[in-house]
Write a protein that binds this ligand. Structure first.
Ligand SMILES: [Zn+2]
Length: 181
C-alpha cells in the first residue's frame, strides 16, 4: 500500500479529514467489543488534520499493528514512534504512553523529508523519536462531557483512542532515521 498524499506531503492512514466530522457511539471490534466513539469515514475528502487521529482508523492501526503512513503490517519491521512524550506508571515502572500509531523506518524517512514542521518539532524536543521493541495496547475512556461534545450523548466510559505503552524502546536521532534500514 502507498500513502495518501496531500500535495507532496504523505498523509498518515490515521489522520482525520475535514469531511469526517461526524461521531456516534457503538461497539468496536478493536476495543474488545466495548462501546466506543466512532467517526464518519470519508478519507481523502477535504483537508487532512494531522493532529487529530481518526477514531476508527487509529484503533484499527494500533490493534493490527499497521504503519501510520503506508498502513502495512509492521510485525517484522523496525518500528518508529514519533510522538509527544507522556508517561505512565505500570506497577512502579515508568514508560512512555503514545497515541500516534507507529510507522516503519522508510516511511519515517519519507515523512521527515517532506515535512519541515515535523523536523522542527523533533529538533525542539517537542516530538521524541524512538525505536520501539516492545509495547502493549490499552483502551482510553472518555468522560461524559467529551462524548456529549462529540456525539451529543452523555456516556462516560466510552472508549476513545487506543494508547500504546512503550515497554521497551530506545531514543533515536534524526540521523538514525535517515540511515538506510
Ligand atoms: Zn510504512
Amino acid at each position: 500500500m502507498t500513502a495518501l498524499m496531500y500535495g507532496n506531503i504523505p498523509v498518515p492512514y490515521s489522520a482525520a479529514w475535514t469531511a469526517e466530522d461526524g461521531f456516534f457511539i457503538a461497539p468496536c471490534p478493536y476495543a474488545n467489543g466495548l462501546n466506543a466513539l466512532h467517526q464518519k469515514s470519508s478519507p481523502a475528502q477535504g483537508r487532512p488534520t494531522f493532529a487529530k487521529p481518526h477514531m476508527n482508523r487509529q484503533r484499527e492501526s494500533l490493534f493490527k499493528g499497521l504503519c501510520d503512513i503506508c498502513a502495512c503490517q509492521m510485525r517484522n519491521r523496525t518500528k518508529v514512534s514519533m510522538s509527544e512524550e507522556r508517561w505512565t506508571d505500570v506497577l512502579g515502572v515508568k514508560m512512555p504512553l503514545v497515541v500516534e500509531p507507529l510507522c516503519c523506518r522508510s516511511c519515517a524517512r519519507i515523512a521527515l523529508a517532506q515535512c519541515p514542521h515535523l523536523q522542527r518539532q523533533i529538533k525542539s524536543g517537542q516530538i521524541v523519536v524512538r525505536q520501539v521493541y516492545k509495547y502493549d495496547v490499552v483502551c482510553s475512556q472518555l468522560t461524559g462531557d467529551a462524548t456529549m461534545e462529540f456525539a451529543g450523548i452523555y456516556a462516560p466510559g466510552t472508549i476513545g483512542h487506543l494508547k500504546m505503552r512503550l515497554r521497551k524502546s530506545a531514543i533515536r536521532s534524526l540521523d538514525w532515521i535517515m540511515e538506510e534500514a
